[in-house]
Write a protein that binds this ligand. Structure first.
Ligand code: ACO
Length: 428
């Protein structure tokens, strides 16, 4: 007999099916709870709520496991290219050489953005945060491709929109930086691969030859893979919820970018470097800052520590920590921020407060340091995260539309005033 969960309410017993995932994850299916009992569940922050069934990413926070479509993140980060991983996430299988060639070709073909979009860039203030620019520019792509407003078109039409987004995001990201610097935009170079082309558009100048150390390209490839998907996190849930209203993919991804911006999510990598700099300028007393993080009267938190689902070491942090050491050594970079980061990591990992709460360094703790070593400006860190996360968002959106999931619409428990009569302004 299949497993059921029994709930007793007002002296009556109700049974609900138990769903088991392929990795033996268990959930109580309460989709009929309100209809049968009149009750809803309350779970602020969705800490215990499964919002969907998904076959894209598996993660086990207790064991520190992360796999895309069954493939361990460690193997993908070591052996794959970012576009191979993007294909895997979106289409479910690793591509054959012919499939990868055709996918790469399609993405390469769409790297240019419409010339009129340059005027949008120029209208932003020079100090505009690149995440604000990116979110706006991605949404505005929908105005150039009106046919994309209907997300339920043929598979070919959907593919075209997905490929366009993957192709144009690095261009828009690099141009948001160039615009902030008031430097000339560099047009994409399609004989470069995805990562090299992005670095070229970011750092090349029309007056100079451009070349980049392959170590830098490979580090970027690894970082993008590590960020490519992470199941139902804040920005991905945003993408699924916005997409569930049948909004077009550009608007949907733009919403995901906005959700990612927050310092408790993707914005943490920028906050990590800013925190390390603050500690450095304050004299480098790591113990003092750890004490501040533990003080409940003090709003300061150690950025890059803790994770909603990993209550063990974040597997991506393990890979990235090693990559971070390798890159700094290969590029011969000595960085006082890294010394502070290492001290912070040591102190926090030995401290009872952090141990008791399972607060380990997360992926953002190290990614900020690598981005800094690659010459990426701090304000662009979260933009880099967005480039990495794009295939994950797209694949989750695609899965949701293919599964014909209903519009996302949570319930609430109302705690406001009960009915009262309007009082005239003179009597208030
Ligand atoms: N520094 C100090 N204390 C912390 C930290 C931290 N970084 N993170 C959590 N805590 C403490 C909380 O104060 C709380 O203590 P209490 O039980 O005594 O009240 C306990 O640990 C649990 O914290 P919650 O906020 O309830 O944990 P939650 O799972 O809701 O939050 C989050 C996870 C948001 C990531 C949190 O750990 C945090 O703010 N970290 C810093 C920001 C960060 O690095 N974000 C990036 C996340 S990774 C990503 O998005 C890619």
């Amino acid at each position: 007999m299949s497993e059921v969960a029994k709930i007793e309410l007002d002296g009556k017993q109700y049974e609900f099916p138990v769903i088991t995932g392929t990795e033996n994850e268990k959930a109580i299916d309460i989709s009929k709870l309100r209809d049968t009992t009149g009750y809803v569940t309350l779970d602020t922050g969705y800490k215990n709520t499964g919002a969907t069934k998904s076959s894209i990413t598996f993660l086990d926070g207790e064991e520190g496991i992360l796999r895309y479509r069954g493939y361990p993140i460690e193997e993908l980060a070591e052996k794959a290219t970012f576009l191979e991983v993007a294909y895997l996430l979106i289409y479910g299988e690793l591509p054959t050489q012919a499939q990868l060639d055709s996918f790469t070709n399609s993405i390469t073909k769409h790297t240019l953005v419409h010339e009129d979009m340059k005027q949008f860039f120029e209208a932003f203030p020079a100090k505009a945060h690149p995440m604000g620019v990116l979110s706006a520019m991605v949404c505005s792509l929908s105005t150039f491709y009106p046919e994309s407003l209907d997300p339920n078109r043929s598979a070919e039409a959907k593919d075209l929109t997905m490929h366009r987004l993957l192709a144009k995001l690095p261009t828009l990201a690099a141009w948001s930086y160039k615009n902030a610097m008031r430097h000339p935009f560099m047009y994409p170079k399609n004989n470069f691969d995805y990562c090299k082309n992005f670095l070229y558009m970011m750092f090349a100048m029309p007056t100079e030859e451009y070349d980049v150390d392959p170590v830098v390209v490979s580090a970027l490839n690894k970082l993008l893979i590590l960020h490519a998907d992470h199941e139902q996190n804040c920005s991905t849930s945003t993408v699924r919820i916005v997409g569930s209203s049948q909004a077009n993919l550009y608007a949907t991804i733009s919403a995901g970018i906005s959700a990612l911006w927050g310092p408790l999510h993707g914005g943490a990598n920028q906050e990590v470097i800013e925190m390390l700099e603050k500690i450095h300028h304050d004299g480098g007393d790591v113990d003092k800052w750890v004490a501040k993080a533990k003080d409940k009267e003090d709003p300061f938190r150690l950025m890059g520590f803790g994770h909603r689902v990993y209550k063990n070491f974040d597997p991506r942090a393990k890979i990235i920590k090693k990559a971070c050491d390798d890159i700094l050594e290969k590029l011969g970079i000595v960085d006082p921020m890294l010394d502070i980061a290492k001290k912070l990591e040591r102190v926090a990992l030995e401290d009872e407060y952090f141990k008791a709460r399972n607060l380990y360094p997360n992926v953002d703790f190290y990614s900020g340091i690598i981005y800094k070593a690659l010459g990426i400006p701090t304000e662009m860190f979260t933009v880099m995260f967005a480039i990495g996360r794009l295939p994950g968002w797209i694949s989750q959106w695609k899965e949701m539309t293919e599964n014909k999931e209903p519009i996302g619409r949570p319930r609430q428990i109302y705690t406001g005033e009960t009915t009262r009569n309007f009082v005239d302004i003179t009597a208030r």
